[in-house]
Design a protein. Structure first.
Length: 142
């Protein structure tokens, strides 16, 4: 395993769709199954760039008459925090519907120093390294 400490210089959210089937390949009508991960760039003290994707956080959007419900997997996530919102009432195209949702707030911050481990996926010479199977070891708080 490759262990590195660096400062987060940028990250972006990546959403993946897996419509109608959950992650165990069971069919669920009226449901969309999606996942969120973050594409992160670290810069080490030596100036080398490290790129990686965080593990996926899976969630489901379910619709039924007069309601839309968004739920995330019931797991502890190091890369994001799940926030529960109040139930809101919206005006839909044909009738009113209720939305009960949760959302993920990333626990990453630009300029934050973290230590990770992972497998080297590809080296780009002096430009940097991309990693796979990344695990968060520690977040250095200042």
């Amino acid at each position: 395993m490759f262990v590195v400490t660096g400062t987060i210089s940028r990250y972006s959210e990546t959403i993946t769709n897996a419509v109608d089937y959950d992650y165990n390949h069971r069919y669920h009508p009226n449901s969309e199954h999606k996942s969120v991960s973050y594409n992160v760039e670290l810069i080490t003290n030596e100036g080398k760039k490290i790129w990686f994707y965080t593990p996926k956080i899976n969630y489901t959007i379910t619709s039924c008459p007069k309601a839309v419900i968004v739920t995330f997997e019931n797991k502890k996530w190091l890369w994001g925090a799940i926030v529960k919102h109040d139930i809101t009432k919206n005006n839909g195209a044909f009738n009113e519907y209720i939305v009960s949702d949760q959302s993920v707030i990333p626990s990453l911050k630009i300029g934050q120093e973290i230590t990770i481990s992972g497998k080297i996926k590809k080296e780009y010479g002096n430009k940097g390294i991309s990693l796979s199977h990344v695990k968060l070891i520690s977040i250095n708080q200042e």
